[in-house]
Design a protein around this ligand. Structure first.
Ligand code: HEC
Ligand code: HEC
Length: 382
């Protein structure tokens, strides 16, 4: 309240000194990390503060951030669905359909690369420009309307105050760069690590998982199924980075979803890493996403082409559905670009439901509850 009072006095008057002093002392952001989770890596030029996180949360949920004021980040990344949208393909302004599915933002701070298939996109600050400025298709449609969107934000006293407090070094802080810096700061705080699985594996609560779920965990971590080889580590995901970690080599896999031409082609434009490199060896390669909160994020895969967890398991059991879709059964091994780690396996109906029960035990209910509380609080404060 003190800060607010000082700032409002400052508008148009000459009370600069005390405000500057206050602005120079942003509030430290206190991480609340689950047991065993490493400290997220934060870029040196965007230190995380409580003000930036709050600003980022507001911006994330605000449709004023789109060109025509209809779409926010949260339209496609809804808190109650672990920041996905329940669609197989995301929909931006004026009903524009994106070729791929919105990704969960669960533990996004740790991902070594961002997006389904981009080896070069590593910083949340950079990623935020993609939905804002993308023209093919327009997601939020800010390209060409940047000044209009910023002017909308400048009109709000709450935003003016928060931008000033978040970027004390800038004399006019309401900029697109600072929008992305605040969004990135907020996204880094979306950390989930309080699922029944965590209580069982790390919290010493033997009964946090029931018998079925424990059997499912054994299957997940078995050599026979090998899920853990790609969905690995504390985040059950592809490579992670954190404060003090080594640089991680990005990893992408072809999971045998498509084989259009007998040589493993994926339907354009969703050809995976190939889309960025043009190399045929990169055809159909995508990042293995985290499986935390996976029960909340159907439908599955980069194009939402698998509706349920049961169907995902059938896909893996078959060693990739492209193998059984392809007509020339005799030639399958030679044709397939599918990752050799996906050999397929027999899965009894009982085992299938155990594995689904395990995947459901990866949901962190408090993550969703907190997100919803914060976004409704935000609605009240507007
Ligand atoms: C039209 C729907 C839509 C909107 C609006 C949208 N996104 Fe996304 N988001 C997506 C899709 C689709 C992907 C996957 C893109 C890809 O890799 O092909 C994605 C991916 C991401 C990722 C990568 C996650 C990961 O695990 O790598 C982040 C981070 C992200 N979005 C943040 C944002 C932010 C911040 C905003 C607002 C500025 C936003 N998104 C607005 C649809 C949307
Ligand atoms: C060879 C590496 C690899 C192995 C082994 C693997 N996965 Fe995956 N998984 C991936 C990749 C890559 C994707 C994304 C594929 C895409 O969208 O094209 C994925 C996607 C998924 C998804 C959907 C994620 C989402 O957000 O839509 C689920 C669920 C899943 N895997 C579960 C499993 C289970 C269960 C196993 C074991 C039976 C397993 N995976 C084995 C690499 C792997």
């Amino acid at each position: 309240m003190v800060a607010l009072a000082l700032f409002s006095v400052s508008c148009g008057h000459d009370m600069r000194e005390p405000i500057r002093a206050d602005r120079k002392n942003p509030t430290k952001y206190v991480w609340q990390l689950p047991e065993g989770f490493p400290l997220p890596r934060v870029p040196a030029d965007n230190p995380i503060t409580a003000e930036k996180v709050e600003l980022g949360r507001l911006l994330f949920h605000d449709t004023r951030l789109s060109g025509d004021g209809t779409v926010s980040c949260a339209s496609c990344h809804q808190p109650e669905r672990a920041y996905t949208d329940g669609r197989s393909r995301a929909v931006g302004i004026r009903g524009n359909v994106h070729p791929r599915s919105a990704m969960s933002l669960t533990n996004v701070a740790y991902n070594a690369t961002l997006g389904w298939d981009d080896p070069a996109l590593k910083l949340l600050e950079d990623q935020a420009l993609v939905p804002l400025l993308n023209r093919h298709p327009p997601e939020m449609g800010v390209a060409g309307r940047e000044q209009e969107v910023l002017a909308r934000l400048k009109k709000s006293r709450r935003y003016r105050r928060l931008f000033f407090k978040s970027f004390p070094e800038d004399s006019s802080p309401v900029t697109l760069r600072n929008v992305t810096y605040a969004l990135a700061s907020f996204e880094r705080t979306l950390i989930a690590g309080n699922s029944p699985y965590d209580r069982w594996a790390y919290g010493g609560q033997i009964d946090a998982l029931n018998k079925n779920q424990r059997a499912g965990a054994r299957l997940f971590f078995s050599q026979r199924l090998g899920c853990f080889r790609c969905h690995a580590g504390f985040n059950l995901s592809g490579p992670v980075v954190y404060e003090g970690s080594d640089e991680m080599q990005a990893r992408f896999h072809n999971t045998g979803l498509y084989n259009e031409d007998g040589s493993g082609a994926y339907p354009a434009p969703n050809t995976g890493v190939h889309r960025h490199t043009g190399r045929s060896a990169d055809m159909g390669k995508f990042r293995a996403p985290t499986l935390r909160n996976i029960a909340l994020t159907a439908p599955y895969m980069h194009d939402g082409s698998i509706p349920t967890l049961e169907a995902v398991l059938d896909h893996y059991a078959a060693g990739g559905r492209a193998r059984y879709l392809h007509s020339d059964i005799s030639n399958l091994e030679a044709d397939s670009m599918t990752d050799p780690l996906l050999r397929g396996f027999e899965l009894a109906p009982e085992e299938r439901s155990q594995l689904v029960a395990f995947l459901q035990a990866l949901t962190d209910e408090s993550f969703v509850r907190n997100a919803l509380e914060q976004s409704s609080e935000q609605g009240r404060n507007r």
